[in-house]
Design a protein around this ligand. Structure first.
Ligand SMILES: [Zn+2]
Length: 275
């Protein structure tokens, strides 16, 4: 896990998220419905397709984890999301056709719905000390956008999701276990490869970067901002459009954005071991 090299991560592209697509999703059944606290989970019947549907144990794990994630997101961001979220878990071999993606998922935030591809691979999140099939990313989109409003920049919308999840993509270890790459590992690798981009570049030109650069670097920066200024202030920047972002940043934090990004870049380049 040490010395993560960006070049070795190419195969992880199938794990990338696709949160901005707005194409129609095919919600046609049959679905098995299970409900617990704030989460309603829809899964396919056991013999639905070749790639396999979640079993009862997996369904209960997903329900338990996703409910816990809502608490974690609320606590981390100082929010009080108490709504209900519906999760539609598509089998791997149908997901591309039905939701347009078969690695990761999509959050339909106006409907409080998550569509996700179930590939049967349990991934280990060392930061949360849990194993899960979905992670926090899409749930952060649901909670943050419903509580704070539509994100004004990709830096903040995706940055929030990656920051709180704390990881991005995964690799298979020597025993065949899927392990999530922590965003600290991504930044370590980016520093070593001299491929760290300034928050200004991520803010103003998000489409210039491949997702495996944009997501972890935005997530790490947002995590740093949340730690430095607290969620009460940073939440106010969530809906800020990029044209006004730096002005809003100054008005809310009392600090110049250009000074902050210099401090941030200096911090990550000189951190011997990122926390
Ligand atoms: Zn996302």
């Amino acid at each position: 896990m040490k010395n993560v090299k960006l070049i070795t991560l190419v195969w992880c592209l199938s794990f990338l998220y696709s949160c901005n697509k707005e194409e129609l999703v095919d919600f046609d059944g049959p679905w098995i419905k299970n409900e617990s606290a704030q989460v309603t989970l829809y899964t396919r019947p056991s013999d639905y397709s070749v790639s396999g549907s979640p079993n009862e144990e997996q369904i209960q794990l997903i329900l338990q984890n996703q409910n816990n994630f809502i608490k974690v997101i609320n606590d981390t961001l100082g929010l009080n999301y108490n709504g209900k979220v519906s999760i539609y878990l598509y089998n791997y071999d149908e997901a591309l056709e039905k939701i347009g993606i078969n690695g990761g998922g999509r959050a339909l935030t106006d409907k409080q719905v998550i569509c996700y591809a179930f590939d049967g691979k349990l991934m280990y999140y060392s930061n949360w000390k849990i194993s899960d099939f979905m992670g926090l990313h899409e749930m952060v989109h649901i909670v943050s956008i419903s509580q704070l409003g539509k994100g004004g920049t990709r830096l903040m919308t995706e940055g929030y999701a990656v920051a709180i999840d704390g990881s991005y993509a995964a690799y298979k270890d020597k025993d065949g276990n899927m392990i999530r790459y922590l965003i600290t590992e991504w930044i370590d690798a980016s520093v070593k490869a001299n491929k760290v981009y300034s928050p200004s570049e991520l803010l103003l030109n998000p489409d210039n970067f491949p997702e495996e650069v944009f997501y972890p670097q935005s997530g790490y920066f947002v995590n740093w901002l949340l730690n430095k200024f607290g969620s009460t202030k940073i939440n106010q920047l969530f809906t800020s459009k990029r044209e006004h972002f730096k002005t809003d940043f100054y008005n809310i934090t009392g600090t110049n954005f250009n000074e902050i990004e210099e401090e941030y870049l200096n911090y990550i380049k000189h951190s011997e071991k990122l926390k």
